[in-house]
Design a protein around this ligand. Sequence first.
Ligand SMILES: NC(=O)c1ccc[n+]([C@@H]2O[C@H](COP(=O)([O-])OP(=O)(O)OC[C@H]3O[C@@H](n4cnc5c(N)ncnc54)[C@H](O)[C@@H]3O)[C@@H](O)[C@H]2O)c1
Ligand SMILES: O=C(O)[C@H]1O[C@H](OP(=O)(O)OP(=O)(O)OC[C@H]2O[C@@H](n3ccc(=O)[nH]c3=O)[C@H](O)[C@@H]2O)[C@H](O)[C@@H](O)[C@@H]1O
Length: 390
Amino acid sequence: MASGVARVDLDGGPIKPMTICMIGAGGFIGSHLCEKLMAETPHKVLALDVYSDKIKHLLEPATLPWADRIQFHRLNIKHDSRLEGLIKMSDLTINLAAICTPADYNTRPLDTIYSNFIDALPVVKYCSENGKRLIHFSTCEVYGKTIGSFLPKDSPLRQDPAYYMLSEDASPCIFGPIEKQRWSYACAKQLIERLIYAEGAENGLEFTIVRPFNWIGPRMDFIPGIDGPSEGVPRVLACFSNALLRHQQLKLVDGGQSQRTFIFIKDAIEAVLLMIENPARANGHIFNVGNPNNEVTVRQLAEMMTQVYSKVSDEAPLEVPTVDVSSKEFYGEGYDDSDKRIPDMTIINRQLGWNPKTSLWDLLESTLTYQHRTYAEAIKKAMSKPVATS
Ligand SMILES: NC(=O)c1ccc[n+]([C@@H]2O[C@H](COP(=O)([O-])OP(=O)(O)OC[C@H]3O[C@@H](n4cnc5c(N)ncnc54)[C@H](O)[C@@H]3O)[C@@H](O)[C@H]2O)c1
Ligand SMILES: O=C(O)[C@H]1O[C@H](OP(=O)(O)OP(=O)(O)OC[C@H]2O[C@@H](n3ccc(=O)[nH]c3=O)[C@H](O)[C@@H]2O)[C@H](O)[C@@H](O)[C@@H]1O
């Protein structure tokens, strides 16, 4: 821990060191949460994942100051009998494990549903049966489309927050038809939320559900052909980073008209730490975690990333930096999209007093600086290799 000062919760009570079973600790969010817990708290982490590359810097060398507070367990929760024992050994379980890239929802719907619902069932069951607290990661995608998206394009009601603001305790979940398999992810996440809520109501499970709204930052997903499959399609930050690093046009799906609010991962992690350390304020709640001030269309995001990347890399942008592609061409049959995502922050403000801080420009600047530093050389090398001809 960085300082010797005793930690207190939001009500002034002492925070006791705890053991946290973190499932999916080797992913984007998990790696940042592990970093925070190691650097700023006395808590122990049992880090479970099939991969450990993104937390390697926290696991080695054994001389790191927190070496005795983090333990990696390489396991797949689909089939590993160690899971219940690890949950039993812990005070709190955080479940981050999931398939959560949109390119998979319509092309691998079965894996998506199994990963986001079936595989999470034993985690909920073991927590409930053993009286253990659970923080489960859901998604803002459970809201689906906004009510406003069904109004005529020129309706003035579209400007009224009542038709687009997404509130945990008031907004409906609006998904497209079954053949739009994009919604397999949101639907599976919704059902696991309902199951956790029911375990709380019927069996007293202490739970918190997190609905992240487009958390972005370093270590998100992969750069195709460098630390992930060449044909893989990561989430938008990595897709656009990949194009910028390769001096290629950024692809705008269906004109890039969808709107998103992006939040810096480090701001979001502050919110999760407050949940971890304030169970009395967090238990039984579902929390939106996002930054309502950082709303852009995907087209605007592409333009801003192009500008920021040019600044951090000192390279001139392409004359025409973007190109339009259809969603069918980019994602295949069955894709659909959320139109707009603005989180209502009332509940998280009231319970935890948390607010995001970082502007979109600042978060892109620090993230793209990281992307450039981490990948530019590797991409240059990969692009200079002669292409094999048959
Ligand atoms: N990043 C976001 O903005 C965002 C937004 C909404 C929801 N979420 C949710 O937050 C969670 C974490 O997201 P992320 O962005 O860190 O994703 P990620 O893909 O980077 O991390 C998920 C991790 O879970 C691991 N995992 C998956 N299945 C597993 C299994 N069967 N056994 C063991 N480990 C397994 C993966 O290897 C990966 O390291 C997910 O549940 C996701 O749906 C994230
Ligand atoms: O991050 C979240 O809060 C949630 O939303 C994401 O879904 P989405 O925002 O649609 O996924 P992105 O890949 O980040 O795409 C954002 C938008 O950019 C567009 N896009 C993506 C990639 C690209 O190259 N070009 C492009 O225009 C997509 O069509 C979409 O409209 C994912 O489903 C989850 O990681 C998560 O649950």
